[in-house]
Design a protein around this ligand. Sequence first.
Ligand code: MGD
Ligand code: MGD
Ligand code: MO
Length: 760
Amino acid sequence: MTDAEREQNPDTPHYDRPTGGWGSLISVARHLGEDKPRAGVLETLMKQNKPKGHMCTSCAWAKPASPHLAEFCENGAKATIWDHTLLRCGPDQLARHTVSELRMWRDYDLEMLGRLTHPMRFDAATDRYVETTWEEAFRAIGASLRKLDPKSTVFYASGRASLETSYMWALYARLYGHNNLPDSSNMCHETTSVALKQKIGSPVGTCILEDFESCDMILFFGQNTGTNSPRLLHPLQEAVKRGCKVVTFNPVRERGLIEFANPQSPTEMITGRGTKISDLYLQVKPGGDIAAIAGMIKHLLHLEEDRGGVIDHAFVAEHCHGFDDFTAWARALGWQEIEEVSGLTRADLIEVAEMYARSERVIGIYGMGLTQHVHGSDSIGMLVNLLLMRGNMGREGAGICPVRGHSNVQGQRTVGIADKPELVPLDKLAEMFDFEPPRDRGTTTVDVVQGVLDGSIKAFLSLGGNFARAIPDQDRADPAWSKLELNVQIATRLNRSHTLVGDNTWLLPCLVRGEEDVQATGPQAVTMEDSLSHIHGSIGRRRPASPHLLSEPAIVAGLAKATLDPNPKVRWDDWVGDYGLVRDLIAETYPDQFHDFNDRMFQPGGFYRGNSARDRDWKTETGKAEFTTPQGASALGIKPGDGVYTLVTLRSNDQFNTTIYGFRDRLRGLDTDRMVVLMAPAEIAGAGLSEGQTVTLVSTYDDGMERRLGGLRIIAYDLPMGCVAAYYPEANALVPLELHDLASKTPAYKGAPVRLEPEA
Ligand SMILES: Nc1nc2c(c(=O)[nH]1)N[C@H]1C(S)=C(S)[C@@H](COP(=O)(O)OP(=O)(O)OC[C@H]3O[C@@H](n4cnc5c(=O)[nH]c(N)nc54)[C@H](O)[C@@H]3O)O[C@H]1N2
Ligand SMILES: Nc1nc2c(c(=O)[nH]1)N[C@H]1C(S)=C(S)[C@@H](COP(=O)(O)OP(=O)(O)OC[C@H]3O[C@@H](n4cnc5c(=O)[nH]c(N)nc54)[C@H](O)[C@@H]3O)O[C@H]1N2
Ligand SMILES: [Mo]
């Protein structure tokens, strides 16, 4: 077994203390100082992720039934501090800057203006945002939508809005007449929704928190736990202490998967020593996961022939389809190709395969490292293949566990925000609300950008998020936004999408989840679904940042009433007065999963809405779990070579998507202005470049379009050969829109081909 610690190239930047520990406490304390939170934020934090408290607005990881004293992590704390800042961005502040000027600002500086306080509209004459009233905004937006063809409009949602808001948003779109309901998932885990549905008949992961108590091996693919879902480190640490083996596949040596010190363990805090997480850390090349898993599978097939007892034949025979075709493919694939594409050695892959063969209950965890590739669906299919071979699906302590992003992104799909009408009970909606829902397919993120570029999309309404900054090819898309006939942004802080204005642009500020939401029947609660399909109630208790804010349900209702003809079955005002009525509608629409919703919403640990694949009920085309054969050994659309590198876009430890909290990527030992490109030392030397030199990255995607990003400083970093890494969203101009997962259209943010041009 290799010692994960010793493998780190000591000459490149890294962090050698455990994740968590004092480092995370100090970082939280610093943000408490720098980000100007309002008094009482610590009290709010202590209630976070606990029954009758508010659910964190950062990641979607599960909230346990018996929470820790502080059930929040460093990044959850940053998100809360960010939400409850003292800084304010209202008409007075925005009168000082033209929108053209704001468009040049960094993401960090835009959000640092503070919480949006008033509804505003863009005034082209002065090139500024100016105050408006809610009545005027709803009236004008409704009137614009009434003039447009519904099919030419898009209702985007970022994965933060509650189940109640999301249900209303999707219903509003369908009553108006379209399924153009992309959400942030279309840039994220849509690969999961499509691939898992096809392969195991359920679009979400099969694991629940208890599985972490009995698994004996965890395989981690492309998910950066220490930064993006730190509370998962707790069950992980407990599993490791029980003797569970962990193997990580990731091009970057992410500290959270190497060592973790629990800030709530006095011993670990005093000794400064944490728990080693990964037994084996394999720096797979970007896009090399299909090959890596294929190598393991080849060895498993070999072991089966050699000594038997490796493949769960009974399970495969009873529950699966496609085994022979897939194993024929794996047998035919040569080790040379496997080693080349994965960048890993046959010996290492055999070692993991042996560990896997010895393990009885295995969980496969993954994140954006698998989903954001041209053949991302194939990578997920390979992980499913590996798990199915030994019956590690639909059994306690085993299964597949995609770690979702936004705190309610999974739930948004569950309650109807879907561009794919077949996933929504349209007949039921038709009956409940007495209308004919649209049945045609809606738009994905990629379709939306194409539609904005070619002019077929005329209106864009955004329920949160920062779409224009999160998408691929943003330099190409930027100028097109101003041509929209209507642009509506429901938001909490100013961001780049709000600066790409047209004549009819509206900025509608809303409450955050931690704020008190009082409606006609009193204070309201909302709900969300975590990554493990558990539903939680959430109550905000803080005074709103401004008296002019409305809740998201109230904004959706205000827009809908102004857009649609009255319908006695659609009672927007009643629903806003009592969100419990919206939960009743959700329960009526999805009775199997949401029955007795209002009674169950505060169940400790959340209530489980179930998963057919977990029960080995395969809702696929064949009625069985599918072994699938990938299209090739690499997940990349374009292979590196001859001065062409695979660009991986990364999140730092100091950001939540396009919200940049600061500039320290502590867990990677980096403290930069983010305009950097990371490269293996040997790669820098081989290309005749030197550390500290400034370069331009140029896309080599061959479609006649120019894509460049200059001013990037080279940093030597412990990475595999053939790839470079830069930060998201700064590097998004280099990701071609057309380069996306073939099955789901999730952009290939982890696999864009680039070359380097030295700057003078
Ligand atoms: N603090 C914080 N928390 C967050 C977020 C945030 O920005 N900040 N974002 C939220 C959202 S919306 C999401 S979707 C999740 C994202 O969380 P993750 O799924 O962790 O996403 P990333 O950080 O983009 O990348 C994951 C990892 O993939 C690795 N990787 C890149 N290419 C490959 C590859 O080809 N193969 C393998 N095996 N690994 C690869 C990268 O090195 C990185 O460690 O986190 C959520 N939580
Ligand atoms: N290159 C590259 N690009 C990527 C990725 C990548 O890994 N690499 N990851 C992709 C992924 S996984 C995702 S999920 C997308 C993220 O895409 P989005 O979800 O669209 O973007 P966010 O950055 O999360 O949105 C931040 C904004 O949301 C608003 N906001 C915050 N809280 C609330 C709230 O409670 N209500 C409302 N209405 N608004 C709120 C604020 O105004 C804030 O500026 O980006 C994708 N883009
Ligand atoms: Mo995401």
